[in-house]
Write a protein of this length. Structure first.
Lengths: 283, 311
């Protein structure tokens, strides 16, 4: 009988789940839009006036125009690029730190564990929103500060999870076996244990993305995010004054764009947990 | 028990020193010299030096760090740059409106979520369970900003059922001002709360002791309330108590939209005027609160579950 690998198996279960498939498609579509926008192939002319101010949605202007007569559709696309880039940059900062520190703490225990536990307890003791506000304010407003602030706050959860999982694994027979044939600490940790805890990283990344996107929107709304470029947060900020004049499309467009991708990452996170967690296998 | 609490108290010291260090690095090392911003571009070198002296920026770095640590105990945060008011005063004034909004909303949201998740756990796998789960995930995916904007526009501006913004001190007077933000607060909390409580309750429901309880003929409802809830209490307590420090700022956006002069409003005003000492004070205050409450959760554990070993 042919045994499927864990990843093949997980992938099979994932695409059988219709909700998961839907979320994968949405995430892929958003990523594509973000890449196209980042390379300047689409929506690079978002700042151009395309019609009158505050035109409602029509066949000509899909999501209407804003107060300067710019296309809301193009702005949503630029916003998509910002949102996805924040998710990506946050993950690129948080994953290496979280995995490395979590693995060291779980594997070595002792003072290494004490130190790393102290470090993440300290970071998690400052409420997230205060740390985000402080870092973005001090580094100066802008997208770069948002990357750093979100990266600095999100490694903590991952570190804690990896630490716990590595602790469970280090006493297992396969690790002992690796030690018995002469494998050193780093070989055991990085070649044997880490591949067995990667599912945590993957599940966490999906949830991380939606947290980063939501936070970026709030930070941009507060004026701390991206400057001089449209973000979903600044679009919602504009809508604050427009709504009483009946201009609802900018709010609707930004909210819907964000809703879809956050929903997709939420569903994907759940689906990944179901398909990757060995404990739930066969349930 | 006492020994355990003392040990936990001692552990607070390195954490508090660490938190102060992060805040010190951010606000004293990275942030740069604020005097040029404070005095405007016509300031003389003399004025700048005087101000630096006054703000304590001439002190050695280690002394500046000690000041941060000290302020975590004395709550003496100095004066605001923007309003020149004493920050301690500002915080005391702001705490009342903030708590008027967030405390009742938090309590109602927690109780409501717990009831919903128990009902959902009772009907697990059935239509109502699925509906609630879908609603929670969908509700959580909409930006908090969109909820606030829409509710304020529709229920306060269009329908005129609530005050659009503002605040009045005194018990019955503040109710019309905080009612709508409180409702939004509750709605925003329901999604994550119900999802978390449901998972925790369902984790317990498949345990052996539940099967035993069922085997001895106990009904499903007493099982849920007596056995499952009791055992699910530890993660629930952690989740609930840890949220409290964010309560004082928690309604940051709500206070901003509804012009409630609470701590969230103070924080955001400080943000707009680059009022560093106020932000710093709020960061220290909320962290100290978090640390104290995490100690409290640990103590509550031992009450909720005597098995927790007080090593």
């Amino acid at each position: 009988m042919k045994e499927n690998s864990l990843w093949k198996d997980a992938f099979k279960r994932l695409i059988q789940d219709k909700m998961a498939l839907f979320s994968v498609v949405i995430v892929a579509a958003y990523s594509l839009i973000a890449i196209l926008a980042a390379t300047g192939l689409i929506a690079s002319d978002w700042a151009n006036e395309v019609g009158g101010a505050n035109l409602p949605p029509s066949s000509e202007h899909l999501f209407g125009t804003d107060m300067f007569g710019r296309s809301v559709f193009a702005k949503v696309i630029r916003g998509t690029q910002i949102a996805m880039s924040v998710g990506l940059a946050t993950s690129l900062i948080a994953i290496p730190i979280g995995v490395f520190l979590g693995a060291l703490a779980g594997y070595f225990g002792g003072w290494v564990d004490d130190f790393i536990t102290w470090l993440y307890t300290t970071f998690s003791s400052i409420p997230n929103i205060m740390l985000l506000i402080s870092i973005t304010m001090i580094l100066g407003k802008g997208i770069f500060a948002v990357y750093i602030a979100l990266g600095a706050t999100s490694w903590v959860t991952l570190c804690r999870l990896i630490r716990g999982e590595v602790m469970k694994h280090k006493e297992r027979e396969y690790v002992q076996a690796a030690g018995a044939i002469g494998g050193g600490h780093f070989r055991k940790l990085f070649l044997h244990i880490l591949p067995n805890v990667t599912h945590i990283v993957i599940i966490n990344t999906s949830l991380q993305f939606q947290f980063a996107i939501k936070s970026e929107v709030i930070l941009s709304y507060l004026g701390l995010g991206v400057q001089g470029e449209p973000s979903w947060g600044t679009m919602i900020d504009d809508a604050k004054l427009e709504l009483s004049r009946g201009v609802w499309w900018q709010l609707a467009a930004a909210t819907t764009a964000m809703f879809l991708v956050v929903l997709a990452f939420n569903l994907l996170g759940d689906a990944l947990r179901d398909s990757l967690d060995p404990k739930l296998k066969g349930k | 028990m006492i020994k355990y609490i003392v040990r936990r108290l001692l552990y607070l010291i390195p954490v508090l020193l660490g938190v102060s260090f992060i805040i010190f690095v951010l606000f004293n090392l990275v942030s740069g010299d604020p005097t040029a911003v404070l005095l405007g571009k016509n300031a003389t070198a003399r004025q700048m030096a005087d101000l630096r002296e006054q703000l304590g920026l001439n002190k050695p770095l280690f002394d500046q760090y000690l000041d941060v640590v000290k302020s975590a105990f004395t709550f003496d945060f100095g004066h605001s740059w923007a309003t020149k008011q004493e920050i301690k005063e500002m915080i005391l004034q702001g705490a009342y409106p903030s708590l008027c909004l967030s405390l009742p909303a938090f309590v109602i949201a927690t109780i409501l979520s717990l009831i919903i998740s128990l009902v959902v756990a009772f009907y697990r796998g059935k239509g109502i369970d699925l509906t609630v789960r879908v609603l929670c995930i969908a509700g959580q995916s909409i930006s908090a900003l969109a909820y606030i904007l829409f509710f304020q526009y529709f229920f306060a501006y269009k329908m005129g059922w609530f005050e659009i913004s503002g605040f009045e001190f005194g018990f019955p007077d503040f109710v019309p001002f905080v009612a709508l933000p409180a409702i939004i607060f509750i709605l925003l909390s329901l999604g994550p709360d119900v999802r978390f409580f449901r998972t925790v309750i369902l984790d317990e429901i498949y345990q052996d002791y539940v099967r035993t309880a069922r085997a001895k003929g106990l009904g499903e409802i007493p099982i849920l309330l007596k056995h499952v809830l009791r055992n699910a209490l530890i993660p629930i307590i952690t989740y609930v108590v840890i949220q409290i420090p964010t309560l004082i700022l928690g309604a940051l956006l709500l206070e901003n939209f509804f012009s409630i002069p609470g701590l969230g409003g103070i924080t955001l005003n400080a943000l707009n005027s680059s009022d560093f000492p106020v932000i710093k004070a709020m960061a220290i205050l909320s962290s100290v609160l978090y640390i104290i409450l995490s100690l409290l959760t640990d103590v509550l554990y031992t009450i909720a579950d005597p098995r927790v070993k007080l090593k």
